[in-house]
Design a protein. Structure first.
Length: 315
């Protein structure tokens, strides 16, 4: 009987495994990736909603999934657990997460007006009239920040008013309508609904000269999916261009179904002046960081430069 040597057989087996491994690796590297982005029912989401409706994502060759959240806590939990690659978030939330150890980058600003609105029965006609009045806020959030910025613009501070903590936007809206509070901060459509019912818009972040929300991504997502993020911003800018050339009537399906705008409000809505992809102005980030530091919510040595990533900005 011939003696069988295992060495050639093992060599052939090893070579086969090598080619199978290479084949699988090639398949994995060429398999399509999906970009997962968290959004909420707010006006800063509108360019992306338009891009989805108009087929701009497909046009640029992007597989993207927009995950809709109805709670900032749920959005933040999904982002922190890396179930989504990025999300639209206010600067206060982004900075707090960054300071808390989440390795994220703010890659662009968004356009979403927030308003300070006074009850029509409060005899408040200007920001200066807010002194000694009750203002409903969600403590240590973007609403609290906007309120303080509005007060500071007329020489007041939070000690000049009586802040009432009410976290949920619909509850703040109802309390304003029922004259249970004097004023509060509201996004659209709630601000427009309040105005339509007779309440007074005193100012907005746009009027005060700063943006408050942007898009963040995990640093890992930026490394692994930079091509996808670039395509997302291409489609985003196409959505912005569409909105610059159309009215609220042309996106009433999105405003109604996605953002909860009543029909009568849509007819009176002026769309924000959306801008192509760009970073926030330095003063917007600095003022947010300073506000958070003054409240003791982040350390005094927080590094602003660690927050921003400009590689996707439209040249």
């Amino acid at each position: 009987m011939k003696k069988i040597t295992l060495l050639p057989i093992l060599a052939v087996f090893a070579i086969s495994l090598f080619f199978i491994s290479c084949s699988n690796s090639s398949k994995n590297s060429s398999s399509p990736q999906t970009l997962n982005l968290g959004v909420m029912s707010s006006m800063d989401y509108l360019p992306l909603a338009v891009a989805q409706r108009e087929g701009y994502f497909e046009k640029v060759g992007l597989d993207i999934k927009l995950h809709k959240f109805y709670s900032a806590n749920d959005r933040d939990a999904a982002f922190q657990s890396e179930n989504i690659d990025g999300c639209i978030i206010d600067y206060t939330g982004a900075i707090l997460q960054k300071a808390g150890g989440i390795d994220l980058k703010l890659t662009s600003k968004c356009d979403a007006p927030f308003y300070i609105v006074a009850s029509n029965k409060s005899n408040i006609n200007t920001l200066s009239n807010l002194k000694d009045k009750q203002i409903a806020v969600s403590k240590n959030t973007v609403i609290d920040f906007i309120t303080d910025m509005a007060l500071n613009s007329v020489g007041l501070t939070d000690s000049d008013v009586k802040k009432v903590e009410i976290n949920k936007i619909p509850v703040r809206f109802e309390m304003l309508r029922n004259n249970k509070i004097d004023a509060t901060g509201l996004p659209n459509p709630f601000a427009l609904m309040a105005q339509n019912a007779g309440d007074k818009i005193l100012t907005s972040n746009d009027s005060l000269g700063f943006s408050i929300t942007g898009i963040v991504f995990h640093k890992k997502a930026i490394t692994d999916k930079s091509a996808l993020i670039t395509k997302m911003y291409e489609a985003y800018n196409m959505g912005v261009e569409y909105l610059k050339n159309h009215s609220a009537e042309n996106v009433k399906d999105i405003l109604s179904k996605e953002l909860g705008f009543p029909e009568e409000i849509i007819k009176e809505t002026q769309l924000p002046d959306y801008s192509p992809t760009q970073l926030p102005a330095d003063k917007e980030i600095v003022s947010t960081i300073d506000w958070l530091k003054n409240k003791g919510l982040i350390k005094s040595d927080f590094d602003q430069s660690s927050l921003l990533d400009a590689q996707f900005i439209r040249k």
